[in-house]
Design a protein around this ligand. Sequence first.
Ligand code: 2NM
Length: 345
Amino acid sequence: MSQTLQNWKQEINQCDSLKVLEDIRVRLLGKSGEITQMLKTLGTLDTDKRREKGAEINQLKEGILLSLQERHAHLAKQALEDKLVAEAVDVTLPARPERVGTLHPLTRTLEEVTTYFAKAGFSVAEGSDIEDEEHNFNALNIPEHHPARQSIDTFYLNAEKMLLRTHTSPVQIRTMKTTTPPIRILSLGRVYRSESDATHTPMFHQVEGLVIDKDIHMGHLKSTLSDFLRNYFDIVDLPMRFRPSFFPFTEPSTEVDIGCSREGNSLKIGAGNSWLEILGCGMVHPKVLANCGIDPEVYQGFAWGMGMDRIAMLKYGLYDLRAFFESDARWLKHYGFSPFFSAGA
Ligand code: 2NM
């Protein structure tokens, strides 16, 4: 009997697959298994013999069960280890070199501008594309019959109570109404004007900035914007001129031109004897401050606005504005930027 046990144990311990182990278990302990059969023969024996033989077979059965359990645990552990090795992922491998999608030039420009001004202490303020006349016009010193109101082609919604914002200035208005200065914010986003030709799309993007504090003057405006433009176009001695202009919401107001050359069909920024208008700016009008509950006797500030599509076009030489919004995958592949290089890289 113990020889049988030894043989079976050996067979179990040499078995190297869970499937074969299960076959052995069925062969020995299944319904018509060898040990099961042995137990069935007990009924033919007399009482003493049955007790003796029964104890023996049960011992055999316990021994086999224990061996099966141990071998099963061993093989299951082995199988798990093999599986882990087979499915291992080397997370230290470098990323795949293929480019999967690119950043749109506008996204890249947005990141460059926000990164620059974040370092200068500005935070980004957000607003809604749908605005009302109060925040888009009235508070900005553009009252109902002001000629500036007619010169902006506005998309009106429901009975002319609401509209699509024509600039991001309502964001500045809302910020001034709810914030005690000092204020340093940047607002970027979609704006809408009912105009459409080669150089105008009915939706485009603006970047506007606002600084409100005590003792702010034109010197701050000039240095803030000239440092930005030099940095953005990456030209240390970028020629610039601040040309007097008019906006209802600033006084005084200026437009900023940068030096360029227009030889043949190509436009080159930073050199030559021609000028290119790049942004509008000015000292926030005292009436605008007062409209927002800020005392113009205590606080002053400056603001500016520029077209984000326009500055992206100029920096990256993309001369067809319509292509910005066509979602042509081939154009994006050609003019898009790798997401793996940060702004300025
Ligand atoms: C421009 C030019 C000049 C401007 C003014 C304001 C506000 F709300 F603070 F009064 N926001 N943006 C501004 C000033 C915008 O865009 C050409």
